[in-house]
Ligand binder design. Structure first.
Ligand SMILES: Cc1ncc(COP(=O)(O)O)c(C=O)c1O
Length: 448
């Protein structure tokens, strides 16, 4: 048994770093040499020493309209002063209804019903539950299996982790949900390295879904979930025709198709949703991040009418028709931030800006292809990855060192294992892109 020690508050200074157990962070390394952000405006972070550095990741693929947007700050302030909070359990307040309506108008096809959450992880778990509830409502409650994909990231809830495909995130957590199968990933250096935009090869990888159906029978499978463009796995644009093929196979077997648009939603591909960019209509879209420009946490599942109708309209009894929800589903401050964010997108044509910026990113980043340390460059819209050859015996060292050098040069990058992931605010300029590319080349020249 753990012995509970005496409180040791008296031993702590106010800014002691020990207490905060930081998420997805090498805590010991960070606390030995912390990088503290004091402020942010537009495309820049302001460090504690007052230096401005470019935010090349839009925080974590989420501050799509740039930092410190006055319109969003003011909307949050006004809402907080009017109605700080009401739980939307048998009560309601206007902001969530208004935001849901706006989203239903922006989402393609009959994706018209919006279930609010507080994060991408919760959106994914909620979508999986909606899929099960849909089948159950139609007398097909045996459809309980899910299909995810290797190298996918769907957050850290047990549902999302089960369909995700990044080994290090999964390995500690046992068997996760039973009955989950994974499609092969679509990363193919052999055939597709240095593709600009969607790669040519790999549509046939979608046919693995037929194999999974043959193994388990379609009548046991609830849904397939994919990121339209893989994000945290390393920016993996889908091969040409791949998403269309997945849609066809899902239709053939009555499987729901969920697009996890937590990253691709809200302008990253120059459209509000990737579903529109690829012209493939999923049955549900999960989103979060850019929905509120990250100013207040919020996520959502956008659902086709038929799914809502089966679960809610088809229900007998007084309800609730779907026993699921979060205290903060549709939080008024988050909803106010979401409405203000959508206004900024509309008024500044951020989708249009993203299309121009995406072309700039493609042109400038692919100039790095001649560097001997570069193994691959992938891009689509305002998303890109530069992958390096690993240093012998020290995988990941190159990207860690490169990140530090780029920071010195004025750009804070997100580094993975020998790659850097590029997802700046949609307000980045051609000069900003040039600074980043120049710093990456300089750093690559300098490191071993
Ligand atoms: C595709 C995708 N799904 C889900 C999530 C999880 O979102 P959150 O961290 O808000 O729970 C992320 C986060 O990066 C993501 O990229």
């Amino acid at each position: 048994m753990l012995k509970i020690p005496e409180p040791r508050a008296d031993q702590r200074s106010r800014n002691d770093m020990d207490a905060f157990w930081m998420p997805f962070t090498a805590n010991r390394a960070f606390k030995a040499d912390p990088l503290m952000i004091a402020g942010a405006k537009g495309n820049h972070y302001i460090l504690e020493n007052g230096r401005r550095v470019l935010d090349v990741s839009a925080a974590l693929w989420c501050v799509n309209a740039g930092h410190g947007r006055t319109e969003i700050v003011e909307a949050i302030q006004a809402q907080a002063a009017t109605l700080d909070f009401v739980a939307n359990f048998n009560n309601g307040a206007t902001p969530a209804f208004e935001l849901a309506t706006r989203l239903s108008l922006l989402a393609p096809g009959d994706l018209n019903r919006v279930f609010f959450t507080n994060s991408g992880s919760e959106s994914v778990d909620s979508a999986m539950k909606i899929a099960m509830a849909f089948h159950a409502a139609r007398g097909e409650g045996q459809r309980q299996r899910f299909v995810g994909r290797q190298m996918a990231y769907h957050g850290v809830g047990f549902g999302g982790l089960s369909v995700a495909g990044l080994g290090p995130n999964r390995k500690t957590f046992g068997t996760l949900l039973p009955g989950v199968a994974h499609l092969p990933h679509t990363l193919d250096h052999g055939r597709n390295a240095f593709s600009k935009g969607q790669p040519e090869y790999g549509v046939e990888l979608a046919d693995a879904l037929e194999g999974i159906v043959a193994m388990n029978d379609a009548s046991t499978i609830a849904a397939v979930i994919v990121e339209p463009v893989g994000g945290a796995g390393g920016v993996l644009p889908p091969p040409k025709g791949y998403l269309e093929r997945l849609r066809q196979i899902c239709d053939k077997h009555g499987l729901l198709l969920i697009f996890d648009e937590v990253i691709t939603g809200f302008g990253r591909l120059g459209t509000t949703f990737a579903a529109e960019y690829f012209n493939v209509l999923p049955d549900m879209i999960t989103c979060a991040k850019g929905l509120t420009n990250a100013a207040v946490p919020m996520g959502a599942v956008i659902v086709r009418d038929g799914i809502f109708d089966a679960i809610v309209e088809g229900s007998v009894g007084p309800g609730p028709e779907f026993s699921h929800g979060y205290t903060y589903s549709g939080h008024p401050l988050a909803a106010a931030a979401g409405i203000a964010t959508l206004n900024v997108h509309r008024d500044e044509d951020l989708n249009g800006k993203a299309r121009v910026l995406g072309a700039e990113i493609e042109a400038q980043f692919h100039t790095l292809a001649d560097h001997p340390k570069v193994k691959d460059i992938r891009n689509l819209g305002v998303l890109a990855a530069v992958q390096f050859h690993s240093r012998e015996g020290a995988p990941g060292a190159r990207s860690r060192e490169l990140r530090l050098r780029c920071l010195e040069g004025g750009a804070l990058l997100r580094a993975g294992v020998d790659n850097v992931l590029i997802s700046p605010p949609l307000t980045f300029t051609a000069e900003d892109v040039n600074l980043v590319v120049t710093q990456i080349r300089k750093a690559l020249d300098a490191i071993e």
